[in-house]
Design a protein around this ligand. Structure first.
Ligand code: GTP
Ligand code: MG
Length: 1024
């Protein structure tokens, strides 16, 4: 940490991109030039230094983010390489949290891809300053054989597209990754010659501003506009500043007048090329052609070497491989590391500048409740801490604050044996966890204020810590820990340091027992924890794990504990049936977790179950007109009735399918809903892309209403106007009666109170409650009191009893929505109107017998709960139940000749194609499709096999979708019978197969014919 005293010379940056766009290759070159000799330039681009795990080298993809310190022209640059594969996108979050700038790479041939959107979004969320790197320029020349003009058009289009993405974030129009991809890339255009003029201040990436560079990471060269502007300044007799502006966009040079003109200044029919083409790309193309073509003009290379005074050793020039000759010339003419790092130094902020605007994201201002006024000391100190983070104050007396974005495990033997003073470490003694000292856990952290020293004692705050609260509940969110040692990271290598000042990234040893995934470190208790990181996907691929030999159970459990700590994203849990369940982001991630578990953490043989796919259950929603649904909802044919065994309570349930948009909204907003329902003061969260977060409840209310209206909006207006009005009225009424959501209080199902006009017979009393959720959401006024006017004493006591049974109705609803009738999976998008009426005892004696009854049927409250649960489930079964499955959004890239096999694979996986498109100027075909989660396992592998590895696929979880098939289909009408026979030979449809699969896994009874084709069996028998 040599220059750390001078904060202004530090840059913390990360490299972000879609998978295989060349991040690690780029990092190699930067390390070779500025990494202090850890990598020989000859190996740069081949070794992939940052991919030091065996698994990473074997698969040739990066799986974790790792950091390295570089020195460049008096600056110390901390570079973090991140993975591009969707399965490891959590590592992108951890990397960007610790960085101030992001180099966004885009492959010039493949262009913007799904993960490019994701990383741009991550950079935006974390308030990183991005710079754009267009990589693999060589492929435009050698592979696509584009002319310089075509190449220019392509590069321009990419820059425009990336700008389009960023501007949508800026204007907050952005909804979700997938939505925007589906809408087609921004600025898509078939007009080859369209000129995008991007000199508006607002546009993020502008080559003429210097925050876009063009590189070939494989051959180690790259340039920005300014390199060429300086070179041509003297030649063309113009200032380099004015050239810099002219070397991108529609600017043309008129040799006669030595003038730079716009398109209008050109003579009609002029063949002038834009200056970027004429002065930058054409010379490049010439060098490539001269070097690579057999009869190329070798004189050009010599001229280049001479005019730029390059010192290329003769030995290299004589090399028989023209590619290597080209590489040695190009990397000396336009060294990659200079182009990238000078851009980084110039355009990316130092920690002081960066923290001053990142603080609003890192430590959002808290709303102090009135009740906390007494704690003014604490508030004042916490404010001071925030100020010094904002200022990146590195004085030793200022409070010390750091953020740990992930924990990672290194084998004990990889740790340096000596400390800063050269003394031997006592590595064997402490931590590492439960005597398993093969692995040591290090924290990947950045110091945001003050100085962190090894040996220092520090508080570890979890995300839930609140300095204003005291007592038991808060104590578990704060611990005190001693930092064992600090290391500077050099890829895999670790260099012990005594201290790290604000603005630096370090690895910390000694927190293994204190931190699970991420945490805030602070020297004072009076500090708010940093805001949590956002992850783009959630771990969805689940498998159950058990040891091959039951004796190894303890080892497995220990291994799972270690894995959970070492991987920022994996989730380990125990299912209701006692299985150990591991949830990973995708197949590649899962495979690595299992390998780690087998080889490093548990070291035992394991049995892995097939993936546990989760489903949802709903009812048929699609009558083309939602108004029909309305009719049947009100109709009495819809009702299901259940009575408790003791006959004192009758439960009537009506069921209604929620509009899809509403279900989706409830599903998405679960965090917000949870806060609202729990009655928490909603903080002004600086959460992603929503300015209307200022009034979250109001905004949600509006979105709910929009979702409902959207369903009737596209009806034939004239004809159905009345009915549409009625439909809205019904919903207006229903929204005022929401008692609860379920399952688990926040799911996408509603429990609706009986209408106040519901008449009841005789002396029975309805179990009612206040519409709690409606009140919280502001659909109705909070009712002051729900006491009923006192009446005869027997009615009053019945009312009391009804009140005490409220929780039974509620739990019956929760239990039913958590496990539906088809295969015990949660329900999805249903509203239940539950009318539970209790009757008074018929006679005195009956009351006396209640005790006896309780013995026979269980207590009354339990009976009511069961009746509600049964009625809800029966209501689903009665109304054409449907199974709902998760869908992946999938992006595939395939060379045209493999389209056949690719479509075959897609068809086998029940995929639905959304869009097919030839990528302009390249032999690749891009296909967007939805693939059911249940069919996605082994998808990528199968695709690779069938297309000889030529096509690639990326999957992102997209949405839930109901299968239209009726799982219980039996041919009934004449036509159906004609087609399918009498039903005995109908093959099970997909929905039924899925349901039976889940039921079998869960050990539920499955209706199965053991002998399918008896006649065939007989034939078989005869043959023997
Ligand atoms: N032609 C050409 N190939 C390149 C260039 N840069 C990288 N590659 C190749 O692209 C492939 C992927 O490179 P990596 O550096 O591993 O890509 P990455 O972005 O780190 O990939 P992940 O970390 O897995 O997301 C390798 O085969 C590189 O040789 C380039 O400038 N030109
Ligand atoms: Mg990589």
């Amino acid at each position: 940490m040599d220059d750390s005293s001078d904060c202004a010379s530090i840059r913390n940056i990360c490299i972000l991109a879609h998978v295989d766009h060349g991040k690690t290759t780029l990092a190699d070159h930067l390390i070779a030039s500025c990494g202090g000799g850890v990598l020989h330039p000859k190996q740069a681009g081949r070794l992939r230094f940052m991919d030091y795990l065996d698994e990473e080298q074997r698969r040739a993809i990066t799986m974790k983010s790792s950091s390295i310190g570089l020195q460049f022209k008096g600056h110390s640059i901390n570079l973090i390489d991140s993975p591009g594969h969707m399965d490891f996108c959590s590592e992108v979050s951890t990397a960007s949290r610790l960085s101030d700038g992001g180099l966004v790479l885009v492959d010039a041939v493949e262009g913007v891809h799904i993960q490019t959107h994701a990383v741009l979004r991550q950079a935006w969320i974390e308030k990183l300053t991005p710079c754009l790197v267009l990589n693999k320029i060589d492929r435009l020349i050698c592979e696509l054989k584009l002319s310089p003009m075509e190449a220019y058009n392509r590069l321009q289009r990419i820059v425009h597209e990336v700008n389009g993405i960023v501007s949508t974030y800026k204007s907050q129009k952005y909804l979700s990754d997938v939505d925007s991809i589906l809408a087609g890339p921004a600025g898509e255009s078939n007009d080859e010659n369209q000129e995008f003029i991007e000199d508006d201040e607002e546009v993020t990436f502008q080559p003429q501003k210097g925050n876009v560079v063009f590189v070939c990471a494989l051959d180690g060269w790259g340039f920005g506009i300014c390199e060429f502007a300086e070179f041509y300044a003297s030649k063309l007799g113009a200032s380099s500043a004015s050239l810099q502006k002219a070397l991108w966009g529609p600017r043309y040079f008129i040799p006669k007048t030595k003038m730079i003109v716009g398109k209008k200044g050109l003579a009609a029919g002029s063949k002038a090329r834009p200056m970027f083409v004429q002065f930058v790309l054409e010379p490049l193309w010439q060098v490539y052609e001269a070097a690579l073509e057999t009869n190329g003009n070798k004189g050009i290379l010599e001229k280049l070497i001479k005019s730029f005074n390059l010192s290329v050793p003769n030995r290299e020039l004589q090399n028989k491989d023209p590619k290597l000759v080209l590489q040695s010339v190009m990397s000396r003419w336009l060294p990659l590391s200079d182009a990238i790092l000078s851009m980084v130094v110039k355009h990316m902020p130092d920690p002081i500048t960066a923290q001053s605007f990142r603080v609003s994201r890192l430590l959002p201002k808290r709303e102090i409740l009135d009740s906390a006024i007494g704690n003014s000391d604490v508030i004042a100190e916490a404010e001071l801490v925030r100020k010094s983070v904002e200022a990146c104050d590195s004085r030793s007396e200022s409070p010390c604050v750091a953020f740990v974005s992930k924990m990672f495990a290194v084998p004990m033997k990889m740790l340096p044996q000596r400390d800063v003073n050269g003394d031997l470490f006592n590595n064997q003694t402490e931590e590492g966890g439960n005597g398993d000292s093969d692995e040591c856990f290090l924290a990947f952290a950045r110091v945001f204020s003050g100085i962190l020293r090894s040996g220092q004692k520090i508080f570890v705050l979890s995300a839930l810590y609140d300095p204003l609260k005291t007592g038991e509940s808060v104590q578990k969110h704060i611990q005190e820990a001693e930092l064992h040692s600090l290391y500077l990271m050099m890829g895999q290598g670790l260099k012990p340091v005594a201290a790290a000042t604000a603005g630096n990234v370090v690895a910390i040893r000694g927190l293994g027992h204190h931190i699970l995934k991420s945490a805030t470190l602070s020297s004072t208790k009076n500090c708010w924890p940093f805001s949590s990181m956002t992850f783009q996907v959630s771990p969805t691929l689940k498998v159950a794990i058990e040891p091959s030999d039951p004796v190894d159970m303890a080892a497995l459990m220990k291994g799972l504990r270690l894995l959970n700590r070492a991987d920022p994203f994996v989730e380990v849990s125990v299912s209701a049936r006692g299985e150990h369940v591991l949830a990973a982001a995708g197949e590649v991630h899962l495979e690595r977790c299992i390998k780690d578990l087998k080889e490093r953490f548990a070291k035992v043989n394991l049995e892995i179950s097939p993936p546990l796919v989760s489903f949802r259950e709903t009812i048929e929603g699609d009558t083309s007109n939602p108004l029909d649904k309305l009719k049947s909802f009100i109709g009495s044919s819809n009702v299901i009735e259940r009575t408790t065994p003791n006959g004192r309570c009758t439960v009537r349930v009506y069921i209604l399918k929620l509009p899809d948009a509403l279900t989706k909204l409830l599903d998405e907003s679960s965090d917000l809903l949870e806060d609202i329902i729990a009655g928490k003061a909603i903080q002004l969260k600086s959460s992603v892309g929503a300015q209307d977060d200022d009034h979250p409840v109001e905004a949600l209310r509006k979105r709910i209403w929009d979702a409902i209206e959207s369903e009737v909006s596209d009806l034939n207006a004239e004809k159905d106007k009345d009915r549409a009005e009625k439909y809205k009225l019904l919903w207006e009424n229903l929204l005022k009666r929401i008692w609860a959501l379920g399952p688990r209080q926040v799911g996408p199902n509603m429990l609706i109170l009986p209408d106040s006009s519901t008449t009841i017979t005789g002396s029975s009393v309805l179990i009612r409650s206040s519409p709690y959720v409606s009140e919280r959401l502001g659909f109705t006024e909070v009712s002051i009191s729900d006491e009923l006017a006192s009446e005869a004493s027997e009615i009053r006591s019945l009312n009391e009893e009804a009140k005490s049974l409220r929780s039974s109705v509620l739990s019956g609803f929760q239990v039913a929505t958590a496990a539906g009738p088809l295969c015990d999976e949660p329900m999805w998008g249903l509203a239940f109107v539950v009318e539970a009426a209790i009757f008074p005892f018929v006679s005195e004696s009956e009351a006396i017998h209640q005790q006896a009854q309780a013995e026979q049927y269980g207590v009354f409250s339990g009976q009511v709960m069961t009746a509600v649960k049964e009625a809800c489930k029966a209501a689903v079964l009665q109304k054409n139940p449907r199974i709902v499955e998760g869908m992946y959004f999938c992006e595939l890239n395939t060379p045209t000749e493999y389209l056949g096999p690719m479509y075959a694979v897609l068809a086998r996986r029940r995929a639905r194609i959304l869009k097919e498109e030839m990528q302009e100027g390249s032999p690749l075909f891009t296909v967007h499709a939805y693939v059911p989660v249940a069919e996605s396992f082994g998808f990528a592998d199968e695709l690779r096999r069938w297309t000889s590895g030529a096509s690639s696929a990326l999957l992102v979880l997209s949405h839930w979708e109901a299968l239209p098939e009726d799982p219980f289909f039996v041919p009934k009408t004449e036509e159906e019978k004609e087609e399918f026979g009498d039903g005995s030979s109908v093959l099970q449809n997909t929905a039924r197969k899925l349901i039976d699969g889940v039921r079998r896994r869960k050990g539920l009874p499955v209706e199965e014919k053991v002998v399918q084709h008896a006649t065939k069996q007989r034939t078989l028998a005869r043959k023997v």
